[in-house]
Design a protein around this ligand. Structure first.
Ligand SMILES: Cc1cc2nc3c(=O)[nH]c(=O)nc-3n(C[C@H](O)[C@H](O)[C@H](O)COP(=O)(O)OP(=O)(O)OC[C@H]3O[C@@H](n4cnc5c(N)ncnc54)[C@H](O)[C@@H]3O)c2cc1C
Length: 415
């Protein structure tokens, strides 16, 4: 069976590795960029994704890239603690959560693909069209010089990100990703040690927020390498370009006064090596991912707001689930249908949770009830209410540790 994957991002590379582990060998990846440069800043892999990477035999190299956050703390914009909860192993999962540099993760997955499958990644090859040919698909790719090549596949997987060409061919009326009105600025700064070095913080409220978590240090770092996302509702561009660099100084000024004795947020922003601006966009849920022998995976299928740390993690889960069904269901159409049934309804629900405030509701409550701060958080939000917000989200999103710990493995070898 020949399988063609469109896109060598996190999802496409994870799909190739999952298919290889499940016994498929005839796999090609087509990537529009002429080079995989390992772009981006930080990304969180939830325990669900670390389980899949571990079962793919990649845990040593992936864990070496990251820091496992042990705590997530929600704070007011004045730096007062509202709610804190354990993460990863400390929260009862058998696998850690891992904060990694997106580009390093992508390069590590690419290296693993080349080691296991050989030179199967075709760079500078952009999907422009697909047409059915019997029960196969013919994908047309455009090369950098404008020439085109047709490639036949038994299965074509669109892992081509939030601006997916395959999705646009299936839903030509859809247009640009809808914008929430929030703008995100992402960056990395080396700061003096803060908290225990393994705490992820979210400070502020739904109108303006600052999220930070430690990343693995690099040679020469004096302190902790911190990935941050500063976020604010304001007029701006809704053009979702992952690589738009902007001047840090005006962004730092938006956070004047957000200085705590353990972290000075304006200076974290001002000293960033680079700031990337990105609108808070996602995609509406789709009624269908699979058409003929083509299907969607990762952001192409269900791009979400980054607030739940789900982008990379859910793409990896898609990849493993798709490989599982292709390997265990003899009929390919039935396998694609089983993949979609296993993943699409769950992703529709998760999309809705990420659009709602979710666990960040505690920040909104603190702002509404005590805009100038409080002496004791329980004077403004009772302990039971705080717990209910946190647990309600985990239940709704299916993130309870026992759900993951007890689920059967997706590792299979094709008959
Ligand atoms: C440059 C870049 C930087 C990012 N930085 C961050 C970050 O800092 N933090 C974060 O949380 N998330 C970031 N993301 C998004 C994150 O990688 C995804 O949300 C998540 O990992 C899901 O991965 P994916 O494989 O579905 O999509 P992506 O990782 O976006 O990968 C899609 C791939 O498909 C390729 N592609 C697109 N169109 C075509 C086409 N027509 N033909 C062939 N190939 C095509 C793209 O070049 C890309 O390599 C970034 C994505 C990109 C592309």
């Amino acid at each position: 069976m020949k399988i063609v994957i469109v896109g060598a991002g996190i999802g496409g590379l994870a799909a190739a590795l999952s298919l290889e582990a499940a016994g498929f060998r005839d796999i090609e990846i087509h990537e529009r960029s002429s080079e995989i440069r390992g772009l981006g800043v930080g990304l969180n892999l939830l325990p669900h994704a670390i389980r899949e990477l571990t079962e793919l035999g990649l845990d040593d190299r992936i864990r070496a890239l990251g820091v496992a956050p042990a705590t997530l703390s929600y704070l007011t914009r004045h730096g007062q603690l509202i709610w804190s909860e354990p993460r990863g192993v400390a929260a009862g999962y058998r696998w850690p959560q891992l904060s990694v540099h997106r580009g390093r993760l992508q390069l590590a997955l690419r290296d693993a693909v080349i080691e296991r499958l050989g030179e199967v990644i075709h760079l500078g090859s952009r999907l422009v069209d697909v047409r059915p040919a019997g029960d196969r698909e013919v994908a047309r790719f455009e090369n950098r010089d404008g020439s085109t090549a047709d490639v036949e596949a038994d299965v074509l997987i669109g892992a081509d990100g939030i601006h997916s060409a395959l999705r646009a061919l299936r839903y030509p009326e859809e247009g640009a990703p809808p914008w929430s009105g929030l703008t995100l600025w992402r960056g990395v700064t080396v700061v003096p040690d803060f908290l225990d070095g393994r705490t992820m913080i979210m400070a502020g409220d739904p109108e303006q927020k600052f999220v930070a978590y430690p990343l693995a240090s690099e040679p020469g770092d004096e302190g902790i390498r911190v990935n941050f996302i500063a976020e604010r509702r304001q007029a701006g561009s809704a053009d979702a370009d992952w690589n738009r660099a902007v001047d840090p100084a005006p962004i730092a000024r938006l956070f004047d006064g957000w200085s705590y004795d353990w972290l000075d947020i304006p200076s974290v922003i001002a000293r960033a090596e680079q700031i990337l601006e990105y609108p808070m966009v996602d995609r509406d849920p789709l009624p269908r991912w699979t058409f003929g022998r083509t299907t969607l995976l990762g952001d192409a299928a269900h791009a979400m707001y980054p607030n739940g740390s789900n982008g990379g993690s859910q793409a990896i889960l898609d990849a493993r689930t798709l490989a599982f069904h292709l390997a265990t269901t003899p009929d390919t159409d039935a396998a694609l249908a089983a993949y979609e049934q296993a993943r699409r309804p769950a992703m529709t629900d998760l999309l809705a949770s990420t659009r709602a405030t979710g666990p960040e509701l505690v920040m909104q409550l603190a702002r509404e009830r005590a805009p100038e701060g409080f002496a004791d958080v329980h004077d403004v939000i009772p302990a039971e209410e705080l717990e209910e917000v946190a647990n309600g989200y985990k239940r709704a999103a299916g993130f309870h540790p026992s759900t993951l710990n007890e689920r059967a493995s997706l590792s299979v070898v094709r008959a």
